[in-house]
Design a protein around this ligand. Sequence first.
Ligand code: SF4
Length: 724
Amino acid sequence: MIQADRVVRSTCPFCGVGCQVDLHVKDNRIYRVDAPFDSAPNYGMLCVKGRFGIDYTMHPSRLTRPLIRVNTDEPRSAPPVWREATWDEALDLVADRLGSIVETYGGDAIATYACAKSTNEDNYLFQKLVRAVLGTNNVDHCARLCHAGSVTGLQLAIGSSAMSNSIAEMEHLDTFIVTGSNTTETHPVISNFLKRAVRKNGAKLIVIDPRKIELTDFATLWLRQRPGTDVAVWQAMAHVVVTENLYDEAFIRERTEGFDEYIESLEHATPEWAEEITGVPADDIREAARMYAKAGAAAIYWGMGISQSTHGTDNTLAITNLALMCGHVGKPGTGLNPLRGQNNVQGCSDSGGLPNVFTAYQPVTDEAIRQKFEREWGGVTLNPKPGLTVTEMVDGALEGRIKGMFVMGENPLMSEPNLAHARHALEELDFIVCQDIFINETGEMADVILPATSFAEKDGTFTNSDRRVQRVRRAIAPPGEARPDWEILCDLAKRLEARLGFQTTAGWDYSHPSDIWEEMRRVTPDFWGITYERIDREGGVHWPCPSLDHPGTPYLFEEEFPRGRGKFWSLEYGTNSEQPDDEYPLILSTGRVLYHWHGGTMTRRSALDTIWPEAAVEMHPADAERLGLQTNDWVKVASRRGEITLRVLVTGRSPEGTVFIPFHFAEAAANILTKNQIDPRAKIPDFKVCAVRVEKTDPPVGREGVDIPLTERGAITDRAQQVH
Ligand code: SF4
């Protein structure tokens, strides 16, 4: 076995579980990754991505020098021609072009993407640059595209959108519901804790999901609702709780408001009404409601299946109504738990990477809060108007209101819905700068590319899905001239200030990310008790943590909700999702597979791509038979927005009438098909329901030979071959 020069403790860069990893380093290469057995949250466990997917950091296509686009006289969508540049040249150009847009059109003509993969410190500085120097609140990130429905719903109901309970509590659950989350593939280590709760401790699991995900094998009860009909299921469960007097009267009286009006709105929502809409047998709805309501403690976990919908806010409110009614919040083993996707999507939001709030959700519209940041940031005057969300930024570009875009580590041309629309919007921009570790689909349209460092090449903190702030530590040197995001941002901020003729007295001189964290603590009461020294000693600290002797907060809302009382919201079931018809007769749902991560920028440059090298469309055997299709056949999947070509995997995982496509594969990008229709409150698009057509076709040129037959792709896929 190779002897390591060093073993560096850090945090996994993929999903929101935030597993602690030990990076074994020799000769500036990471050659092995394992997990410490004594460290929360994963206690020795890692999934395939954390253990074998980190080699992307050493991929030969890593960016090593700044790049400036040469063929600027051609349309932005033309294949880019780059020349290498010095840092001075590239940063001067970015400062000049962004500065010129600010001078001509104002800061609100610039749209910016913070990064759910970068550290808290990187994101804090990013939003500081956007707000204090560019003078706009147009900063958002991919949380808008994954959990905005959860965030908005939870804020309306209880005033806080974070996961309310810790990962450590999962193993000891009594009863729990998993809905809209294929946890085994999206949060694999969390799913291990959930499975242990069932197998070792006899916990009862209710799965509410249209797909036959692996957790259904562990479930006491599986409700298989039609895609997009979630509200009806939850409303009917609440109806049962009310009619059978299973609600927690004391909790409702002491901790909530609006219950009487709410139950009036439930009158029609019988289990039989819901069966008509959802296809779930009424008696199963009754049984699920009784099981949840009668439990001593019961938790609810959900994923993007709930939030990524034109009614994602209503879905979340329906879930929250049930939890409040049963008093299953504010105690160990209870709670409302949206499982966050990216490694630092929680932290990016906490650090102010949102258009309406500074750190830890302090509103930009609150004058006293603004004044606090103005003082800390050196006497600037901050914009009180909330900025645009990412979906609004794309539309703003198309309408000419947005002229420039600064994208740090994100890839809207894979993650936005209706990609042709998004591409067209970006073509309209005067200037795009991307700061990243690879050139991704968005980078190919940029004017300037700034090479950044991966998680393994920098220091800082990530905040995982259960609000635990953990360290990221530099293990290897960056390739070439790549620099950490925070260093690039400081350098750029100084140049922008010079270009715009002012200087914030606070300056941009930090010697280490810990200096940035100290500034974040000063302006954020919830972070005040968390220091680097403390994280190093304790492994991680859950915020809120208001003082140095505070233990941190593994579960929230013990005494009260941030909005005071939890609010019941009356809901009307209805859907405006695109429904199947004669022309497009199937429903498309999108999501992840175990071996890949989001837009694939990282995992498709890792060893994992050899195991799962291509997209496949999952299709029910009855649909496949009707269309004369078998596993491995090539098909064209078309919607009203566009079409993609990929192979078929015939499986009983998705229900009849619904196909599923993972969104990791640029050559068959699922978001070419999805619709840019959004939830009116959360502004999140519908990635789970749109109408498509599938027809047999020839393999596309260059993609004829695929070594691994789809049917041999590991145990999870094998299980999926069974028809249920
Ligand atoms: Fe990384 Fe998530 Fe896998 Fe843990 S479960 S190793 S955090 S991808």
